[in-house]
Design a protein around this ligand. Structure first.
Ligand code: FAD
Length: 444
């Protein structure tokens, strides 16, 4: 019998599986898709290499690099550091922002304190006051005040101008979590900025040097196997097995797999479905079951030549290209040009045909200073309709802790409570917390 079954081989599940296997626990990880990695997965989609969406590793992360290194991944080979991020205002100016105080100290300081192209000194001062007020609220009361406001409302209350909101806050919020400032909670923005402020010198942005399944998730899964665990793909869990008042296993293809402990490490929507089916609505799961989800949508293009001169994170506020990056020199070097775009208005994209999305992006690209029209070789639209917990105000209090009051059941996943929200770092931290809970429970 397995001691622990982990449901889902995204970063949260792989972390829990790896940490438990390293501690000598017999672990079985079961994953619905044919490959591991979850939202950090990369795969072949009808002849084109794709990923769930462009990802940036942020220098302030600590749990993720620790996991990768412990699993034998050489960070200097897996990551390619980028010195700047760019904001391109449609039909307007563009600005480069140094992304690393350590690697590019002068540019970074100049961007923060220098004259700047995107807003006036007065606008900058008000923006500074907005950031200071948000960080102070975060330090004083966490989510209590901030999670009542959207970023836009909070910025307006600090007299940040509409122009600054459009030019600075829209790219910031869309770049961080794909949605404009009226769609998400001020708490979300400041919780993440506060983590950055604590580790300011380590900020910096890196691309992965290949598809993330191959560079990160597969090696972690391999280590779990090397430690005596099993990782099975294409194995969807259809229910939790409950006996009396405890979870004793899972069902995969009508077959019961028993375990002393189950770590439910799927994304939010499938976790809600499995928990609702097993327990209905109870006081312990009420918050989790009422958390809302939100979609993401990306367009990934193979090109005849690079669309952009440098591979770096770029934001196109007010266009269909919320965040985008050339990847042919970093993540997908097998093609002459590769552009990955996180699309704005994800809900709308779920209803559009891929050709319509491509057409809109090709129309918007020249407004951001580059052409796509005659260089597209192939493209795919990749959507995730429900996988993020919604970042709108009021959600923070509903996020569940990893430990549940149900014997045999622990939760993991970026939607569970930790300070890094819906990021790779957050997923890894949740997996570490889950492994600690399970270890304690196994030891009695
Ligand atoms: C487009 C996009 C861009 C992003 N950009 C960044 C970024 O730049 N930086 C950053 O830090 N983060 C980024 N993220 C967020 C990051 O990818 C996620 O927060 C993190 O990967 C979530 O990991 P997880 O393990 O919690 O969930 P998931 O990765 O969703 O893993 C859950 C796993 O459970 C599996 N599963 C679901 N149901 C079942 C079932 N019934 N049985 C078995 N298995 C099941 C799923 O297939 C999946 O593999 C981005 C996400 C997306 C989608």
């Amino acid at each position: 019998m397995n001691e622990v079954v982990v449901v889902g081989a995204g970063l949260a599940g792989l972390t829990a599986g790896y940490r438990l296997a390293s501690a000598g626990v017999r672990v079985h990880v079961t994953e619905a898709r044919p490959y591991v990695g979850g939202r950090t997965a990369s795969w072949d989609e009808r002849g084109m290499k794709v990923e769930s969406g462009l990802h940036r590793y942020i220098g302030i992360y600590s749990a993720l690099p620790r996991l990768m290194q412990d699993a034998g991944i050489d960070l200097s080979k897996a990551l390619i550091w980028e010195d700047e991020v760019e904001i391109r205002v449609p039909d307007g100016p563009s600005a480069l922002y140094g992304a690393s105080p350590l690697r590019r100290p002068f540019r970074t300081i100049w961007n923060v304190a220098g004259p700047g192209k995107l807003c006036t000194p007065g606008e900058r001062a008000r923006l500074g006051a907005f950031f200071a007020a948000g960080l102070l609220h975060y330090a004083a009361s966490g989510s209590t005040v901030l999670d009542r406001h959207t970023v836009r409302d909070f910025a307006k209350s600090k007299r940040v101008s509409d122009r600054t909101i459009e030019r600075i806050l829209v790219p910031l919020t869309e770049g961080l979590f794909f949605y404009p400032p009226e769609r998400y909670s001020a708490y979300v923005l400041f919780a993440l900025l506060a983590q950055g402020a604590k580790r300011a010198l380590r900020s910096g942005v890196a691309a992965f040097s290949g598809g993330m399944t191959e560079v990160m998730a597969d090696p972690i899964a391999e280590r779990i196997r090397a430690l005596g665990g099993t990782v099975q793909t294409a194995a969807t869990v259809t229910s939790l097995v409950v006996r009396g008042d405890r979870v004793v296993g899972i069902t995969v293809r009508d077959r019961e797999i028993t375990a002393k402990e189950v770590v439910l490490a799927t994304s939010l929507a499938p976790a809600q479905e499995l928990v609702r089916k097993a327990f209905g609505i109870q006081s312990w799961n009420e918050g989790m079951l009422s958390l809302k989800t939100m979609p993401s949508a990306t367009l990934q293009l193979e090109l005849e030549r690079p669309a952009l001169p440098v591979d770096r994170g770029t934001f196109g506020p007010g266009t269909s290209l919320s965040a985008f990056t050339e990847q042919s020199r970093t993540t997908f070097t097998h093609v002459p040009g590769r552009l990955s775009i996180i699309l704005s208005q994800a809900e709308l994209r779920l209803l559009q045909r891929p050709e319509e999305i491509l057409e809109e992006v090709c129309r918007d690209a020249p407004r951001l200073g580059f052409e796509l029209k005659n260089i597209v070789r192939d493209y795919r639209v990749v959507t995730l309709p429900h996988d993020f917990y919604s970042l709108t105000p009021g959600m923070e209090a509903l996020r569940p802790p990893q430990e549940t009051p149900i014997a045999g059941l622990t939760l993991a996943g970026d939607y569970t409570r930790q300070n890094y929200l819906t990021t790779m770092e957050g997923a890894v931290i949740s997996g570490e917390h889950a492994a600690a809970v399970v270890t304690r429970r196994l030891n009695g």
